[in-house]
Design a protein around this ligand. Structure first.
Ligand SMILES: *Cc1c(COP(=O)(O)O)cnc(C)c1O
Length: 301
């Protein structure tokens, strides 16, 4: 079951003039972890007020969001349908660990080509899904909508307003929007995008109601899901030093960035930094399978 008892863990860094703590949202649950739980909470409550018995959402084959929706559906009594990018997966006998988990929760898959995936929000495509599966409650890709942002506004607690900086990884921008909305004016929210793309600024502005934030776009390592050996080695060293696992898609890149910025003197003396660990650890097994096939060093778990 869900563990709401997350806490801030102090990290000692070489530059002792900087105080840094990490909010362990990854401990909420192994599969419905971190921000994906926050983003689903009010969507599930809303879905319960309708007569609809099915949740439908979209994602890639390793998606933390797909795993979270599958588990939430099982937990709260909804059928779930995952529209998955990559029609070649339909023929594969062995599903990857994320899809194996989602299937074990009862999720049904609709595998679509990359072309169809790109137009997945078009009315025609949604209507064809309704014809096939009946009525459903639609949760967007990555789970980001107004209700998701509302859920992410619950991440910060009263004790967290003493921090000067709050750092989080950014995918669709829902999580950072919630953090911005619930932060105090004196705080600065730094987002570390896990992908390339200028559209994020716009997307965040749609949901955020303050302007005390900034995106730091230098640490996406070439784009979404792109993994370099120096990132793997950082994640393994971090685990070894602090006994905290990081995922290679989001939180690993963010912490690599934060440590680099500290080394570059970005944060002034005495800065207090809160890092949000948004979870995503379920994705490590799938990434390790891929690294193993390429004969590259693995993420230690
Ligand atoms: C999805 C995800 C993010 C990105 O959250 P957005 O709200 O889409 O910006 C960050 N970290 C982890 C671990 C995630 O799974």
């Amino acid at each position: 079951m869900l563990n709401y008892n997350t806490h801030n863990q102090h990290l000692s860094v070489p530059d002792s003039s900087i105080k840094i703590a990490i909010k362990r949202e990854d401990l909420i649950h192994p599969f419905i972890s971190g921000n994906k739980y926050r983003k689903l909470k009010f969507n599930i409550e809303d879905a319960k007020t309708t007569n609809v018995k099915t949740l439908l959402t979209f994602g890639g084959a390793f998606s933390n969001h797909i795993a979270a929706v599958a588990y939430a559906g099982k937990e709260y009594g909804f059928n779930t349908i995952g529209v998955i990018r990559g029609e070649e997966l339909r023929e594969k006998k062995d599903l990857n660990p994320t899809l194996t988990f989602a299937k074990s929760c009862g999720m049904q898959f609709e595998f679509v080509s990359r072309e169809v995936y790109r137009i997945k929000t078009n009315d025609d495509f949604i209507n064809s899904l309704r014809n096939e599966f009946g009525d459903f409650y639609l949760i967007p890709e990555g789970g980001t909508n107004e209700l998701a942002v509302k859920g992410c506004e619950e991440i910060l607690e009263a004790d967290d307003f003493k921090f000067d900086y709050i750092c989080c990884a950014v995918g669709t921008g829902g999580t950072i929007s919630g953090l911005i909305n619930s932060s105090k004016k004196h705080q600065k929210i730094l987002g570390f995008p896990a992908l390339k793309g200028d559209f994020l600024q716009e997307d965040i502005r749609k949901f955020a109601n303050q302007d005390n934030w900034k995106l730091i776009s230098d640490y996406h390592f070439g784009g979404y899901g792109k993994i370099k050996p120096e990132l793997i080695s950082f994640i393994n060293t971090f685990k070894n030093d602090y006994n905290i696992p990081l995922d290679p898609i989001y939180t690993g890149k963010m912490l690599f960035g934060i440590f680099d910025l500290i080394a570059l003197g970005y944060f002034s003396t005495g800065s207090k930094i809160l890092v949000i660990h948004t979870g995503g650890l379920q994705g490590i097994a799938g990434v390790n399978d891929m690294l193993k096939r390429k004969n590259r060093p693995l993420i230690e778990i």
